[in-house]
Design a protein around this ligand. Structure first.
Ligand code: KPL
Length: 300
């Protein structure tokens, strides 16, 4: 299969690199990472080990592939969609944080699948990423139900020995993933602690409440997500990734813009549409945005 991975940061490079063990992969990312991959290939270390030679480009215009995986930061979704709209793809699948798929649907003709990837990835240096946890890739349609395309993506992942599931309950899984992000990322970023401590430290109640608020928004949107299962999902991810630092914690540590809008912003926006109270997510959104303004890294 020909796969374009748009957004070769840590996770995109890891997933793209693993796919390159079985498929014809093109990564789209930034120099000097792309240049180094062109010169020396991509090295994956940590829990998995590989040295692969995918194509590495700095722009994705006018390409074609069977599948385009979008792995950019959520705030780069519109730019990614503009680039991808100039190419030809049988399907597009987001593996991003936040509810980005609707924006891809609005900008692109091919079918858009929703996806999650729970592999842990860390960027080490140009040309090198570390796998900090073997997880799974889950893909499915935005409206749920069986999908031949999702099954094809699952098969492509299987061929490359990536754990994958074609799920027919993607609406629920999307909200569960959003709840995990809302539960872990804000507290870990504000307290600068690893995922494990987010739930066990003094911020644990804030984390759990943020996750329950996401479940309430999901229910208002017709998605059956119970509070207890949502909190259990957040606790499970925090336990399984205890030593890792969330992407938002990494962003604030390195003085970078965060995905606050895609995570807490979309929760607050949808909550307001349905008249659901989400004071914890609203507060976390405000605090992280205030940090971004102070650092001068907000995009608006
Ligand atoms: O997706 C994540 C992130 O760091 O952005 C996890 C590891 C699930 C924490 O929310």
């Amino acid at each position: 299969m020909e796969v374009l991975v748009y957004g070769a940061g840590a996770l995109g490079s890891l997933i793209g690199g693993l796919l390159a063990r079985a498929h014809d992969v093109t990564l789209v990312g930034r120099d000097p990472h792309m240049r180094r991959i062109r010169d020396d290939g991509l090295r994956i270390g940590g829990e998995l080990d590989a040295h692969v030679r995918p194509r590495a480009l700095t722009d994705g215009t006018h390409r074609s592939a069977d599948l385009a995986l979008v792995t950019t930061k959520a705030y780069d979704t519109d730019a990614a969609a503009r680039d991808l709209a100039t190419g030809e793809y049988d399907a597009v699948c987001s593996l991003q944080n936040g509810l980005t798929e609707e924006r891809l649907v609005a900008a692109l003709d091919p079918p858009v699948l929703a996806g999650t990837a729970s592999y842990g990835a860390r960027f080490l240096e140009p040309g090198r990423v570390r796998c900090t946890g073997v997880g799974e890739v889950v893909v499915g349609t935005l409206s749920g139900g069986a999908s031949a395309l999702a099954t094809r993506v699952e098969g492509a992942c299987d061929a490359a020995e990536i754990e994958a599931v074609a799920a027919d309950d993607m609406p629920r899984r999307r909200y569960e993933k959003l709840a995990v992000n809302a539960g872990i990322n804000g507290v870990s970023a504000l307290a600068r602690v690893a995922n494990g401590e987010t739930l066990t430290g003094p911020g644990g109640d804030v984390s759990r409440e943020a996750a329950r608020e996401v479940a309430a928004v999901a229910r208002a949107e017709g998605v059956d997500l119970r509070d207890a299962e949502t909190v259990a999902a957040v606790e499970g991810v925090a336990r399984d990734t205890a030593a890792n630092r969330s992407s938002m914690c990494e962003d604030v540590t390195h003085g970078r813009r965060t995905e606050v809008d895609a995570i807490y912003g979309s929760v607050v926006e949808r909550a307001d549409e349905h008249g659901v109270a989400v004071p914890t997510c609203r507060m976390l959104a405000a605090l992280i945005r205030a940090w971004e303004v102070g650092e001068g890294v907000r995009g608006d």
